[in-house]
Design a protein around this ligand. Structure first.
Ligand code: PLP
Length: 414
């Protein structure tokens, strides 16, 4: 991977016409270390957030040796990065053939369930492979309610009373039992974890079975930009403080004797990647760029986060004009030939942004690469390494991309 001091250096040296990802391994490692320093348990990185080999290898290099995985491709990606890694197969609804592969080929011994039929499915394969259930921990996924930018509790999770039945059933069979929840992604309300922990404590108090571990899932908020035209949202505590609060709650609910696991994704990778896009055409208050919702920006499109964006003017085209100090909103149209591919909120950019300029969009490490499509034949896949953190690059005027939830298909919060 070619290495540059800054994104500007990369843009001006490569003059890319296709999107280029700016990977910042030092930022990734710092953010992962910060999480691990604050969490008193096993950090199992959620592979779906970003499964790029460079990301998984960089995490392995600094000692991340557990991964939350959901599919055979993710088992393989994690083991390629770290052959000794511990895999947590936390998808509550699994294909029978995938369970077999997990148990037999990958030696996975930790799985999540939220229904009795899933337990039966796993048990059949355990018996067929002649494994001892006592070597396997089944985590009962608890349903939770709360405020996250992305609600995930509607699809998975057992209600508390049902969870009690599941725990007892798992224990009777002879498996070890854990409890787990996943509160959604980019949680906005810290009491969400408290309520989930209260549920876990309630379930534990109702069962005779011994609980072997508690997995608190992911959802920890990453730092994004904020739209200066709007009232600042209440600041999220630093991740160390947030984890400190969660540990206090774990103690208060009497769960601190349990081995803990967390499955952070976004909070670890968001800042480690940017994308350098090019303005293909400026048409009035619109800019047409060479990326979009079908490539790197689908997470942004849902309208829940504000991404930082900076203009890198093309000196070859406008040597005499400097970047304007005035930020104005531009509608951003993506690369594909459909009218869905328009970002839901404008990018605020210097008013003299022009065709041929580059726009670096920061903090796209989470749910960007993994959600790329080949729609219309566009598939960005070029990476460069950048030494300077996005925030530390001197760039004059800072723009930002902000997205407002809009109605219609696939809009957030449905
Ligand atoms: C997606 C997912 C995660 C990671 O969520 P983040 O919000 O990115 O931290 C963790 N655990 C489970 C079960 C998930 O589905």
């Amino acid at each position: 991977m070619e290495r540059f001091e800054t994104a500007r250096d990369a843009a001006l040296s490569l003059r890319p016409d296709r999107p280029v990802y700016g990977f910042r391994p030092s930022v990734l490692k710092a953010d992962a270390r910060e999480f691990m320093a604050g969490f008193r348990g096993t950090t199992a990185y959620a592979v779906k957030t970003n499964d790029a080999p460079v990301i998984l290898s960089a995490l392995s290099e600094i000692g991340v040796s557990a991964f939350d995985v959901a599919s055979p491709a993710e088992f393989e990606a994690a083991r390629t990065a770290n052959p000794q890694s511990d895999l947590y197969y936390m998808h509550p609804v699994k294909a029978q053939s995938d369970i077999r592969l997990a148990l037999e080929t990958y030696g996975i011994r930790r799985l999540a369930v939220d229904h009795e039929d899933e337990i039966a499915k796993i048990l059949r394969i355990v018996r067929a492979l002649d494994l001892d259930p006592a070597d396997i921990t089944l985590f009962v996924r608890l349903a939770t309610k709360g405020h996250a930018a992305y609600e995930l509790s509607k699809k998975f999770g057992a209600a508390p009373k049902h969870a009690v039945e599941l725990v007892e059933r798992i224990d009777r069979i002879g498996f070890r039992v854990g409890l787990t929840f996943h509160v959604g992604s980019q949680i906005e309300d810290l009491t969400t974890y408290e309520r989930a922990l209260a549920t876990a404590a309630w379930v534990r108090s109702r069962v005779d079975a011994e609980i072997a571990a508690l997995d608190i899932g992911g959802g920890f908020p990453a730092r994004y930009g904020h739209d200066p035209k709007r009232r600042a949202p209440p600041p999220m505590p630093a991740i160390g403080d947030l984890l400190g609060n969660i540990h206090s709650e774990i103690e208060e609910w009497g769960l601190d004797d349990l081995p803990l696991i967390a499955e952070p994704g976004r909070v670890i990778v968001a800042r480690s990647l940017s994308v350098i896009t090019r303005v293909l055409l400026k048409k009035g208050q619109r800019v047409y760029i060479n990326d979009g919702i079908w490539s790197s920006l689908s997470d942004a499109w849902t309208g829940k986060i504000t991404l930082p964006a900076r203009l890198i003017p093309d000196p070859a085209r406008r040597a005499k004009r400097s970047t304007s100090e005035k930020l104005v909103p531009f509608k951003v149209c993506g690369a594909t030939c459909d009218s869905v591919d328009i970002l839901s909120r404008p990018f605020w950019l210097p008013e003299n942004v022009d065709t041929g300029d580059w726009i670096e969009i920061g903090h796209i490490g989470a749910y960007s690469l993994s959600l790329r499509t080949r729609f219309n034949g566009f598939y960005p896949d070029t990476f460069v390494e950048i030494a300077t953190p996005y925030e530390d690059e001197e760039s004059g005027v800072e723009g930002f991309a902000t997205m407002e939830p809009r109605g219609g298909m696939l809009s957030a919060g449905e």
